[in-house]
Write a protein of this length. Structure first.
Length: 403
């Protein structure tokens, strides 16, 4: 009797953490546990639990998680976590097992997958953020710096030895294939999915998120804004549209980008901008449904670096989107395939303002884009994505991917 290979998932974030990464990894682990024994090594407080049939076994590591603004302490914390994960995987992995690592934090794959190779286990990597490209796009490092060269060297050693690399955007493979020794057969594209029920929602004039005047064309910005986002472009676009009395901006979220927005709003309280505290999960559908148009603002050079997972939830409620990015980014590709939004150059408030003005002037056409968006969201369903993960794991277990 053949016993399916054990799967070890190494991830910093896992439920009960409510971040998008944790939610996705939790659902992936639950799905893969239907076919084989799954052990999740997590650094999320409260995630630890004894495994039982049909569910993953959770091994919880104690970790230090400084604030994002404390960059030096966060770097130390990431290195300490990577070391903990190395020994935890080394202790549990056996020949024939599969070790599946997530690129959060970016130090994790190097130690986790080294431990897997030392134990003779097969290896998989799920890339949510690609480093050092993310750091370069955020302007945190220079492309010719020693740190970048060291990370690229480590990636070259890592990527070519993996059995499978899963990417969540079609713009990622061209960047990975630049590394010597990587083959196309290693790469598998499995996009993220909508985390809310799919279906076009009509705008509710009574929604508190459309106050003070529900008749205005409402432009929304939400979610986590990290170093690769450019929230200032949205605020400057609002400034350019301040005399368009029928357009209102509603902004709510968290992350370093929101500190930028709050500072801008404190200096210039634009009447066409409404700032909300982070919207709780139970009000997310109402908030997303309240806007007529959503904006996802990125900095330059983010194609293949940062994937707009929030896009799928926006499509799920039936709203069009403006993405500020290069034309070859995953978000731009999704919007362009079915004409469900606008793609404008990044860091260009004038072009963003123009797209918003055009959308507001033809509300019927904008609403039609939203109706189509809900149909497109059906392609990005949870069951479709999870079936893709199960297929890749099964192929790795059978030795059908490159070793």
């Amino acid at each position: 009797m053949n016993i399916p290979a054990k799967l070890i998932i190494a991830a910093q974030f896992y439920p009960p953490d409510t971040t998008t990464t944790a939610v996705y990894v939790g659902k992936i682990a639950d799905s893969l546990a239907r076919d084989r024994q799954v052990v999740v090594i997590s650094a999320t407080s409260g995630s630890g639990a004894a495994g039982h049939p049909g569910k993953p076994e959770i091994v919880e590591l104690k970790s230090w998680n400084p604030q994002k603004s404390a960059l030096l302490r966060r770097a130390v914390a990431m290195c300490l976590l990577a070391a903990q994960m190395f020994f935890s995987v080394l202790r549990r992995a056996r020949p024939g097992d599969i070790v599946f690592c997530v690129t959060t934090p970016f130090t994790l794959p190097y130690t986790v997958l080294l431990a897997a190779r030392l134990r003779g286990a097969r290896t998989m990597l799920l890339i949510y953020d690609l480093y050092p490209e993310t750091l370069e796009a955020a302007g945190m490092v220079r492309s010719n710096s020693l740190a970048v060269r060291l990370i690229r060297f480590a990636n070259t050693l890592l990527f070519r030895r993996l059995d499978a690399i899963i990417v969540i955007g079609r713009d990622v493979p061209p960047l990975i294939e630049k590394y010597r020794g990587v083959k196309a057969g290693q790469l598998h594209f499995i996009p993220n999915w909508a985390l809310i029920p799919i279906g076009h929602r009509k705008t509710d004039p009574a929604s508190r998120f459309r106050a003070p005047d529900p008749s205005k064309f409402t432009v929304g910005l939400s979610g986590n804004l990290g170093f690769t986002h450019d929230p200032a472009t949205v605020f400057e676009a609002a400034r350019l549209l301040r005399n368009e009395t029928d357009i209102q901006f509603v902004l709510s979220g968290w992350g370093v980008g929101w500190a930028v927005l709050n500072d801008l709003f404190a200096k210039d309280k634009l009447e066409n901008v409404t700032m909300f505290e982070p919207v709780p999960e139970e009000e997310l559908v109402e908030f997303l449904s309240a806007a007529d148009l959503w904006v996802i603002p990125y900095r330059r050079y983010i194609a293949g670096v940062s994937i707009p997972s929030r896009l799928y939830n926006i499509l799920a409620v039936g709203r069009p989107v403006v993405v500020t990015s290069e034309a070859n980014s995953e978000g731009a590709l999704v919007l362009g395939e079915d004409a469900i939004g606008w793609v404008v150059p990044p860091e260009n408030p004038a072009e963003l303002a123009r797209a918003i003005r055009d959308a507001a002037r033809d509300r019927r056409a904008t609403m039609d884009k939203g109706v189509r968006a809900a149909g497109v969201a059906e392609r990005y369903r949870e069951d479709v994505a999870l079936a893709g993960y199960r297929q890749v794991v099964n192929h790795v277990a059978r030795g059908r991917t490159r070793r």
